[in-house]
Design a protein. Structure first.
Length: 575
RNA sequence: UGGGAGAUCGUCUAACGGUAGGACAACGGACUCUGACUCCGUUUAUCUAGGUUCGAAUCCUAGUCUCCCAGCCA
């Protein structure tokens, strides 16, 4: 199956890695996945996870999981736990689990080195003043009046920042670059800020915290990362990334990371190369952390793992498979072009994986009674069904059969449309694994609605009999009313009713475009073998779609299923 | 009007001066005790205008459009 060995896209990052290895630039590659623990992981993160861990695995390198926890005011342990769970679930193992905060002492020493080299200075400007001095996109900035402080003064001030002598926001450490640069990131970017906040990993040990550019680049170098993969918006930061790595030069200055050696952390600093790729946007959903958090906190969805959410946790509860998600990102590829991927591609990958891996079961989600009149009412039989139509290793199961059945309401039409292959008055259809029935009689209620079909079963056409090869146009599924187990079935659809919920140019926001029909809960019946499934087991309910036993709510006595995705339906399409 | 990046079938993506290819979707057909799966076939693309060249998606020139950057966020 292509699910096992997806066709590998020869994308540009894979080529760079291959070339670097071939040229002997590296003997092994090291990558990392560096999430900030301030939210749950989503499908977009999965792209980065698949890329970083995937490349490392493919080329026999290693990949670290690193929490980019340099801003304690936004981060939370709930997230660090969820992130680890999600990465593992996706099928990846990190070589080492690190935190940027593990390197705080290294960063501090590195900052002192920059100060000594006249490459950084302590600035007293307020945030507002810094903004003013920075200039605009089209006008250069101006030098801070504190820019020419002496090395001694800067050293003293920065050490006192570290000692906690100054209030939040009163001072920053800035790189001394070029206030006139066309690249605004190079207009003396902040390296450290004062923030007397408790940190989830380091407690109250630090009153100052490093900024992203400084911490991220040095973290990569400390960990010996060879290829630092990130998204397009960091392209402008690359000169700063390289500046930090080069000026600090960890590889030639072991004293800077002595603290790590002492702590027993293996350290071989590298000169990492940052490579940017485009994010993968998906239509009919939102992927920004802010919007996802809002959906959760305002109870617009049922938590982070709501099956409609594009979070890893949500997709897991929905019943999506790790292999399907990995296949999806491999199929999409990696480039630098902005793009929006059709949700249908993801669904197709999930179907492809599940078609091969999900055993089949019978279930009816919109029940209509069908009675077989030419069998005794107390007739009871046990039929044997294959669990998979083309893979014998799935084995078989027993399915109870009786003359009193539930069939799908949409498999009967009193006035059939053209091309209808299912049951109609005086028409014939095959009951899956049973034989051919003819609809003799309709029973209607007072409102005129059909409530029961009375049919005769052609005994010659029973499955296994020579007459079973008689051709009828349609085959429908059923469950024995006497034996079936009532089940709650949740039918999910896209969370938003517009292609691009992020587009608010019409004055409406994503919240105005929530799809009211995105979750329907129905009560149906499943065969006993489906009720007996374990939580998170996935099956195909024949002719309906793929379903998963809900990881929280499902029990054998009261089964609860989530619809993962429907089957492709070329009939529904034309109808 | 500063700096950075990107424009190729409907969508995603390949090409590295030499036949614009693949995947997905769509459409048509075969098969079918799942209108699924599978199989076969078909349609559709180089942002524009010039130039270099025997030959240009690729190189050059000039435009056009899109995205990112003015956090003490990442």
């Amino acid at each position: 199956m292509s699910t096992e060995t997806p066709l590998l896209q020869q994308h540009f990052i894979r080529q760079i890695v291959r070339d670097d290895l071939a040229a002997g630039k590296h003997s092994v590659i090291h990558t990392r996945f560096p999430p900030e623990p301030n939210g749950y992981l989503h499908l977009g993160h999965a792209k980065s996870i698949c890329l970083n861990f995937g490349l490392a695995g493919e080329f026999a390198g290693t990949c670290n999981l690193r929490f980019d926890d340099t801003n304690p005011s936004k981060e939370d342990v709930e997230y660090v736990e969820a992130i680890q769970r999600d990465v593992k679930w996706l099928g990846f193992e990190w070589a080492e689990l690190r935190h940027a905060s593990d390197y705080f002492e290294v960063f501090y020493q590195a900052a002192l080195k920059l100060i000594r080299g006249g490459l950084a200075y302590v600035d007293d400007l307020s945030a507002d003043e810094v903004r003013e001095y920075r200039g605009t996109l089209t006008e250069p900035g101006r030098n801070s009046p504190y820019r020419e402080r002496t090395v001694e003064e800067n050293l003293d001030l920065f050490q006192r920042m570290r000692a906690g002598e100054f209030a939040d926001g009163s001072k920053t450490l800035r790189a001394k670059l070029d206030m006139a640069s066309g690249n605004i990131n190079l207009r003396d970017p902040a390296l450290y800020r004062v923030r007397k906040v408790h940190h989830q990993n380091t407690g109250d040990a630090w009153p100052i915290y490093p900024m992203y550019d400084f911490a991220h680049s040095l973290s990569d170098a400390v960990e010996g990362i060879t290829h630092s993969l990130c998204t397009l918006e960091f392209e402008d930061h690359r000169p700063l990334y390289d500046w930090c790595v080069d000026k600090v030069d960890l590889a030639n200055d072991p004293a800077l990371w002595q603290s790590l050696v002492a702590a027993g952390l293996p350290t071989t600093p590298s000169k990492p190369r940052q490579i940017e790729f485009s994010r993968g946007n998906i239509n009919y959903t939102v992927m920004s952390k802010r919007k996802l958090i809002t959906l959760v906190s305002e109870n617009l969805v049922d938590g982070w793992d709501d099956p409609r959410m594009p979070t890893i946790a949500g997709m897991r509860r929905r019943g999506f498979t790790p292999a399907g998600i990995r296949l999806f990102w491999e199929r999409i590829g990696v480039s630098k072009q902005n793009s929006t991927i059709d949700m249908g591609v993801l669904e197709g990958c999930i179907r492809e994986d599940l078609d091969a891996k999900a055993p089949r079961r019978l279930a009816v989600i919109d029940p209509l009674k069908l009675t077989i009149t030419n069998l005794p009412a107390d007739h009871a039989e046990t039929l044997t069904f294959a669990n998979h139509p083309k893979d014998d290793t799935f084995g078989s199961r027993s399915v109870p059969f009786s003359p009193s059945l539930w069939i799908e309401r949409e498999d009967f039409a009193e006035v059939p449309p053209k091309g209808f292959h299912r049951l109609k008055p005086d028409g014939e259809v095959r009951l899956r694994g049973v034989g051919i029935v003819r609809c003799d009689e309709l029973v209607k209620d007072a409102a005129g609605e059909v409530v029961e079909l009375r049919c005769t079963l052609d005994l010659e056409s029973r499955t296994g009999m020579p007459g079973s090869d008689r051709k009828v146009k349609g085959t429908i599924h059923w469950v024995s009313a006497r034996d079936a187990v009532p089940a709650v079935v949740r039918l999910y659809d896209r969370l938003f009713d517009v292609n691009d919920p992020d587009d608010d140019s019409d004055g409406k926001t994503y919240k105005d475009h929530l799809n009211p029909g995105s979750r329907r809960v129905v009560h149906g019946y499943v065969e006993p073998a489906a009720a007996g499934l374990e939580r998170e087991d996935r099956v195909q309910f024949e002719r309906l779609g793929f379903f998963v036993a809900d990881m929280h709510d499902h029990t054998h006595a009261a089964p609860v299923f989530n619809r993962v995705v429907t089957l492709r339906d070329s009939w529904a399409k034309q109808a």
